[in-house]
Design a protein around this ligand. Structure first.
Ligand SMILES: [Zn+2]
Length: 152
């Protein structure tokens, strides 16, 4: 385990809402937009190219399972996937993870509204997140993914 690697810390399991053989999926504790989640390898590797074949197969399955469900939960029709790898990429945690950000969300989807955000700026300007919001999203996702916490 490396110093300051929260993804090798058992504490990360507090944020998990989906788990496969080789990966966990967590709600980001610093979401840029609602639904901003991370797919994290269980094995400590620095970057995607260090994943072995078995892990890549499992990773593909995770993407196929998680993306459609995540979009459904947030009433989104689009998404961004991104990986920051290496110090100059802006990566803050040096343990492989992929960001998933649902996009094209319906405003106040949970309240039954059907109006879409026009631009990313509009969506970001409205979005505020705090620990209550993070907990609420995590519970929403655990319910949608039928996840019951196995570890603390
Ligand atoms: Zn690690």
């Amino acid at each position: 385990m490396e110093l300051q690697d929260p993804f090798c810390d058992e504490g990360i399991y507090r944020q998990v809402f989906y788990e496969s053989d080789k990966f966990i999926v967590v709600y980001n504790i610093h979401p840029i937009l609602p639904g901003h989640s991370l797919i994290i390898s269980k094995r400590h590797v620095l970057q995607m190219t260090e994943l072995n074949e078995e892990e890549f197969i499992d990773f593909a399955k995770v993407l196929k399972t998680v993306i459609p469900k995540l979009l459904k939960v947030y009433g989104a029709d689009s998404y961004n996937l991104s990986v920051n790898s290496g110090e100059k990429s802006g990566a803050k945690v040096f343990h492989f993870h992929m960001h998933i950000v649902p996009r094209g969300r319906v405003k106040n989807f949970l309240e039954g509204n059907s109006e879409f955000y026009e631009t990313l700026e509009e969506e970001k300007s409205i979005f505020k997140s705090d620990s209550n919001d993070i907990e609420r999203n995590l519970q929403l996702l655990r319910k949608a993914f039928k996840y019951s916490q196995k570890r603390k």
